[in-house]
Design a protein around this ligand. Sequence first.
Ligand SMILES: *Cc1c(COP(=O)(O)O)cnc(C)c1O
Length: 311
Amino acid sequence: MTSTGPLAPRLPSPLVEVRDDRFDRHGLRLLLKRDDLIHPELIGNKWRKLAPNLEAARGRELVTFGGAYSSHLRATAAAGRLLGLATVGVVRGQELADRPLNPSLSRCAAAGMRLHFVDRSMYRHKSEPATLAAILREAGAEGAYVVPEGGSNAAAVRGCRALGEELRGRSDVVAVACGTGGTLAGLAAGLAPGQRALGIPVLKGGFLEADIQTLQEHAFGTRTGTWSLDDRFHFGGYARTTAELDAFAENFERRHGLPVERLYVAKLLHGLTTLAEEGAFTRGTTIAAVITGRPFPQAQGRSDSDRRQRA
Ligand SMILES: *Cc1c(COP(=O)(O)O)cnc(C)c1O
């Protein structure tokens, strides 16, 4: 279903070297792993995480969860439209039901996703069986195939192992921005011995190390691969930004002609540049930065209350 047809991916995704004096100076090579080019609508890691779940759903209606600007919801809605599969998006924030849809949710609705809004306290408890059952009942989606918020279940994590496998022998370090950490969990498992994965969390909180270990235990039975996190580059939390980060991202776009997605990829590239300048990598190290997404322009410059919401 996924190698041909409407979800046909471009795999392996391209790996390109860029010359950047901030890395050159320290004897480092920087490669960009262009997962943003895998599929025009299931962008980046969203293809790798959703494809195995769409397979597992076997045509059943698919329910998933996200915030008002969730790229996971947009990708799921697009997959539903392309495959002719019914999708339901459970959206955090009952109050959003009474407002015009924002551009991200409009995109979901236009793709045929049924949106179901729930209040924040119910949303918070959505992984508890009784709450989940109540949400599915209210949404008229009992018996549907459920994909968790952010799309990171065991199938998704196993799907991301191929990202690591594509990078075997190509770099010493592979760096990726983390939301749920599902991509890092799979990626690390696919790398060869001697390679290591570095995660840059975009959420504040320091809970991710344990989450990623749990994701690996569910997907592979045990913690696996060599990976670590650097928690210094979240810029205040999910969808938070600063003038410095914006300037960095614009400059990176000008230097390298790469559209820099701001919620995740900008923080990753800024983190790597800072680490290079700090001398954190020994000379001769090759670093592959995973470009997990593309900008969704309307998601930027939004209100403060929107910004407080997670992926
Ligand atoms: C969803 C997303 C991520 C986060 O992936 P996780 O597997 O949840 O860590 C990273 N980058 C981009 C561009 C994304 O859209």
